[in-house]
Design a protein around this ligand. Structure first.
Ligand SMILES: [Ca+2]
Length: 760
């Protein structure tokens, strides 16, 4: 502790004491006039209940209180030595019930006076002269029958002291240090020594006019001095209050020894007591969370690591905060999250965009790694960055406060400086097994504008057989049909020009349900036979009607369970593996099976929704790395909710922009943010359209189609729907059909070929 500081405080305390001292009574000769020593020197009647009270007082810190009982007026009195034939003044301050102040034994005329029930202290005064042989008088104060308690204070008898006895010491002052109190006073006439009283008890005597009290305990003390000679002892002097030690609080010491223990819900803190503290403040992570009057505190924060400090407080202020202790709360915190799945990447120009599915457990965020370098941290399941040309491999991990998952499987992307020229394609369906009212077009006559020629259709022998047959249009229906040999030769010629010729399976009349593994295997075998016979580049999946659906409970995009879905995925992967990297795989689902999945997926929780809703999505997702092109039929469609949560109706640019944006931005399935269909690469996506009014519902004018393509691929010409990105790599347009386009004077192929070539 700082002694110099404490000594200063003591001096200040003395200053205050002098102002509050008992009123001057230099000539008083009564003993204990202000009742500061209790009833010392006074004698009170037996039933008076007399006592020294601390409130209300007139001076000092105590006053007399007494209560008349029955015939007892509650009198207190003392006999005071006086000089004969001398003048005296008796005075006192009283309040309460009726109060009488008086003196007897004067040897002349005894005096008394009274007042009735003053609510505040008021002074009573009487003077008298002692008789020629009077050596003492008796002063008294009392109440009155039935008038209740009274208080009296500072009952003073002013006049010369009695013959022979020394005068009461005057001018008593004092000073103190942290351990001593020193009194000084003026010499009293006739005194041979002085007694010093601390709090009413004699603590020592002196033959000089100063005394140092070495035994005073810390605290506030009332000192008085008496004068002594051979005749006797004077009344006590006026009192002086001195503070020894320090009872003016200083800011307490900073707490030490802080420790903390954590449990699942609680941090329990303990520390050493700080001298002078009346309470403690507790801080968690820099903010006050509570206070304690003991040296322990229990806090219940959020799980995690927390830094605690405590400070000590009293009326003078707050100490500095203690050293920090770190406590971990919540030992039952969850494990690190599971590894993210389904990492997919798209390249748009020089921008790589990643998406993925969450891992299991509680996820705070994701780390994105390119090679072995962490290139980003995100709280959403998406990331994009712009890179120079090159091939890049990405992985992602999930993390929470407990830790980080292992890294996901790798996905690789290639960034080109600019899109390769001439990469925009037109995909056309060629009526190859029927004429369909538009007239037959021989393979050799397919216009040069088409890049993909889809032979329509391979159909199953029955819905569930999986046995696909391609039967060329009979002469009766298609009089101009060429021979198989000419047909095959024409296919080779198209392929030599860089065209792709595919067998399209399904169509409006060809439902294919691979409900069994036998049907799956038959599908692979029979499709292979068609590809081999005609020397085709691959397969277009154009399942419509009731070919695909989801069973109840089949809700996870990444792990479908419905046999028709599982078997189709397996069959397509087998074909891809069989024919290798150049195998072309395309799909032409209806919006009902794809974009409707944003709202509905399978039969739903109630089991009552259409089980076909969204059922192509798991097939597309499973084959996204094998898929050459996805061209959803943006026709024969009902209104579909887009990512702007508005319905879009076919036949205009906005519909195509909204439907295509869903494929290129990805979307949560049936509103579930944990079951997201990730974006496809723009190079994998084309817009499916009818070639003419007669070809299907949803015909869109050339201008509207190109407006949509402008919006999606260049970010210009957009209507009310604003796509999530600019997809420069968007691959092209698909149409039903080459035959209907010819019938419509090649409006579709010639206009859009020119448009797409200009883009490239
Ligand atoms: Ca008093």
């Amino acid at each position: 502790m700082n002694l110099r500081k404490l000594a200063t405080a003591a001096v200040l305390a003395i200053g205050g004491t002098m102002l509050a001292a008992t009123p001057a009574s230099a000539a008083n000769i009564a003993n204990n006039p202000g009742f500061e020593d209790g009833l010392s020197g006074w004698t009170c009647t037996a039933s008076s209940g007399a006592t020294a009270v601390s409130s209300p007082v007139h001076g000092g810190s105590k006053a007399l209180q007494a209560t008349p009982q029955g015939a007892d007026t509650a009198r207190c009195q003392q006999t005071v030595p006086v000089k004969p034939s001398s003048s005296y003044t008796l005075s006192g301050w009283v309040r309460g019930g009726y109060v009488f102040l008086g003196v007897t034994g004067t040897g002349t005329t005894d005096q008394n006076t009274w007042t009735s029930s003053p609510s505040a202290y008021s002074q009573l005064t009487r003077t008298f002269t002692t008789g020629a042989s009077t050596n003492s008088v008796t002063v008294y104060v009392n109440g009155w029958y039935g008038q209740g308690a009274y208080q009296a204070d500072d009952i003073v008898l002013d006049g010369p002291p009695g013959a022979g006895a020394p005068a009461v010491p005057t001018n008593v002052t004092g000073s103190s240090t942290p351990s001593t109190a020193t009194l000084k006073w003026s010499a009293s006439e006739g005194a041979t020594s002085y007694n010093v009283y601390r709090d009413g008890n004699k603590v020592g005597s002196a033959t000089t006019t100063t005394y140092t009290d070495l035994g005073a305990p810390a605290g506030s003390h009332v000192y008085q001095v008496t004068a002594v000679n051979a005749v006797g002892e004077s009344a006590k002097s006026a009192s002086v209050t001195l503070v020894v030690g320090n009872d003016t609080p200083q800011v307490p010491a900073t707490p030490t020894g802080l420790t903390g223990t954590g449990s699942v819900t609680t941090a329990t803190l303990k520390w050493n007591a700080s001298e002078g503290a009346t309470s403690y403040n507790v801080y968690r992570d820099g903010a006050k969370v509570g206070s304690a009057t003991t040296t322990t505190y229990a806090d219940s924060p959020q799980p995690g690591n927390h830094d605690y400090q405590v400070s000590a407080v009293n009326s003078a202020g707050e100490s500095a905060r203690s050293a920090t202790v770190s406590v971990t709360v919540g030992n039952d915190t969850p494990p690190p999250p599971g590894t993210p799945t389904g990492l997919a990447a798209t390249v748009n120009g020089t921008t790589v965009t990643l998406s993925w599915n969450p891992g299991t457990g509680s996820v705070t965020g994701y780390n994105v790694y390119r090679g072995n370098t962490k290139v980003g941290t995100t709280t959403t399941r998406g990331f994009s960055e712009t890179l120079p040309a090159g091939t890049y491999a990405y992985r992602v991990s999930a993390f929470n406060p407990v830790g980080e998952s292992s890294k996901s499987g790798e996905v690789s992307v290639t960034v080109s400086d600019s899109p390769p020229p001439g990469n925009k394609v037109l995909v056309g369906y060629l009526h190859a097994s029927f004429a369909n009212g538009s007239g037959y077009v021989r393979m050799a006559d397919v216009p040069k504008e088409w890049n993909f020629i889809n032979l329509s259709f391979g159909e199953p022998t029955s819905v569930t057989s999986g046995d696909i047959r391609f039967v060329r249009c009979p002469v009766a229906e298609c009089p101009s049909v060429e021979s198989d040999a000419d047909f095959i030769a024409a296919i080779k010629a198209k392929q030599a020009q860089g065209k792709k010729v595919l067998i399209s399976i399904g169509g409006q009349n060809g439902q294919v349900q691979l409900t069994t593994t036998a049907a799956r295997d038959k599908f692979v075998e029979s499709v292979s036979a068609i590809i081999d016979k005609y020397g085709l580049d691959g397969l277009d999946v154009d399942f419509e009607g009731h070919s695909l659906y989801l069973n109840a409970g089949d809700t996870n995009l990444a792990s479908p369970t419905t046999p028709v879905v599982v078997n189709l995925i397996s069959a397509l992967k087998t074909l891809k593996a069989k024919y290798g990297a150049n195998f072309v795989l395309t799909m032409a689902p209806e919006t009902f099976f794809v974009q409707l999945g944003y709202q509905f997926y399978g039969p739903g929780a109630s089991g009552s929704a259409d089980p076909r809703a969204g059922s192509y999505l798991p097939v597309i997702h499973a084959l996204r790395n094998d898929l050459t092109l996805l061209h959803v039929q943006d026709y024969n469609s009902g209104p579909i909710t887009g990512l702007d949560n508005q319905y879009h109706t076919m036949g205009n640019a906005d519909f195509h922009v909204a439907m295509t944006d869903m494929l290129l931005a990805g979307f949560p399935i049936a509103g579930n943010p944990n079951n997201v269909f990730p974006a496809l690469r723009p190079e994998q996506v084309a817009i499916g359209l009818p070639a003419a009014q007669y070809a299907g519902n949803g015909y869109t004018s050339v201008a509207e189609v190109q407006k949509a393509f402008d919006c999606l691929s260049k970010g210009t010409n957009c209507g009310s729907y604003k796509p999530k990105g600019v997809y420069r790599g968007l691959r092209g347009l698909m149409t039903w059909s080459i035959n209907w386009d010819k019938y419509n004077n090649f409006e579709f192929s010639r206009n859009h070929r020119a448009y797409l070539d200009a883009l490239s």
